[in-house]
Ligand binder design. Structure first.
Ligand SMILES: NC(=O)c1ccc[n+]([C@@H]2O[C@H](COP(=O)([O-])OP(=O)(O)OC[C@H]3O[C@@H](n4cnc5c(N)ncnc54)[C@H](O)[C@@H]3O)[C@@H](O)[C@H]2O)c1
Length: 369
């Protein structure tokens, strides 16, 4: 019997709607090849929300998200709304409330450098030869960014003192550990936990907890790296990693480093997951790692691959459609292999051809197995 999945579709601003159209095209083609159906409920968010309803996250948009199995998000913000006060800026007023409202505590970013695209990576060719595929799992709602107290004060001697507090509860570490171990189970079964256990009390609990949770996943090989070493190893030997798991601040920095060494922002998907639903699946929000690219918006040249791969992550983590997710990822790989390139990944290399957003979406749709 066919099953219908309700999906909240929030394209956002500038290139958001352009790349989202291609992701929906691919999803419709996936549905047509199987006995599933998607019910897309499209709503404005970010600048588009401000223009349509006076705020970045309109009530109707939030209600649609609540009624869905997952949120497929484009990206928000841009020059049109930059004059607004910081608290009303599209990113801050849409993304953060969505993360908070749905308790999205796990951020997953696959850093994939495709063998045919190693020239786009800024690191030495011999270190990325054959490409690499690392999944970074970042804790998103704890640690230094949210810990209390936070303060700034001028001391009696005139000096200024600032305080940020790093706070984690064991339960927060346990839940992100399970996300990371489960993700590793579906991949190469190797997990690297990144901490600073030689200095931070937080990290000592982090490491203890990772070791404890590891007992529930005997098939996964767990190792630990200090964050400074992890930053070096990612550049020196990106191929040696499978899944990385780390706390909020370290993850913020390492996931950007990984995105950089992988090549183009237009290729990188991300998933933000909330509490597991009990069946191994999560409510989540799925979006490209990059922003709204106002510099190329409206020209039909944006790379839709990050949005399309975000849709694949949605199928895997929120809907449990692993075969369909893998089919999309295989189609992307084969189109890259065929030499199709949007401007951001086009180098003029022999055997490659420059294409626009729609042609890339069409080619990926046609390449679905
Ligand atoms: N999650 C989000 O919604 C999110 C994330 C980051 C930035 N932003 C917002 O996006 C706006 C622009 O930010 P920015 O310029 O710093 O970052 P950006 O990621 O939008 O662009 C950086 C560079 O990467 C290129 N790029 C990004 N995505 C691409 C794609 N799919 N295809 C081809 N090229 C691509 C852009 O053309 C630009 O040259 C800002 O308003 C920012 O606040 C939103």
């Amino acid at each position: 019997m066919s099953r219908t999945y309700p999906i909240a579709v929030l394209p956002g601003d500038y290139i958001g709607p352009e790349v989202m159209a291609e992701a929906l095209k691919v999803l419709r083609a996936v549905a047509a090849k199987s006995d599933i159906a998607f019910q897309f409920d499209e709503h404005p968010v970010g600048g588009a929300g401000i223009d349509a309803a006076g705020k970045a996250l309109p009530d109707t948009t939030l209600a649609a998200c609540e009624a869905s199995d997952a949120i497929l998000f484009g990206s928000v913000g841009g020059p049109k709304w930059e004059h607004l006060p910081p608290a009303e800026q599209p990113e801050r007023a849409a993304l953060l409330p969505l993360r908070k409202h749905f308790g999205l505590f796990a951020n997953l970013r696959p850093g994939i450098c495709y063998p045919a695209l190693t020239a786009s990576s800024p690191i030495r060719p011999d270190l990325v030869e054959g490409g690499f595929d690392v999944l970074c799992v970042r804790e998103l709602t704890g640690g230094l960014y949210f810990g209390q107290p936070k303060s700034r004060q001028t001391l009696p001697d005139g000096d200024i003192e600032v305080i940020d507090t790093m706070v984690y509860r064991k339960s927060e570490i346990v839940r992100i550990a399970h996300v990371a171990f489960r993700a590793a189970m579906g991949r190469g079964r190797r997990l690297t936990s990144v901490d600073k256990a030689n200095v931070l009390t937080n990290s000592v609990l982090w490491r203890e907890t990772m070791n404890e949770v590891a007992k529930e996943y005997p098939e996964v090989k767990l190792d630990h790296l200090y964050v400074d070493n992890a930053a070096m190893q990612l550049i020196k030997a990106p191929r040696s990693f499978d899944v990385l798991v780390t706390e909020n601040l370290f993850g913020d920095i390492l996931s950007d480093e990984m995105a950089m060494i992988a090549g183009s922002l237009g290729m990188l998907a991300s998933a933000s997951l909330g509490q597991p639903k009990g069946d191994g699946l999560y409510f989540g929000m799925f979006e490209p790692s990059g922003g709204t690219a106002p510099d190329i918006a409206g020209q039909g040249v944006a790379n839709p691959i990050a949005q399309i791969l975000s849709a694949a992550l949605m199928l895997r983590f929120s809907l449990g459609l692993e075969a369909e997710a893998a089919a999309i990822e295989a189609a992307v790989r084969s189109v890259i292999q065929l030499g199709l390139r949007t401007g951001d990944i086009f180098t003029g290399a022999p055997g490659t051809r420059r294409v626009g957003t729609q042609e890339m979406g069409d080619a990926i749709t046609a390449a679905l197995p």
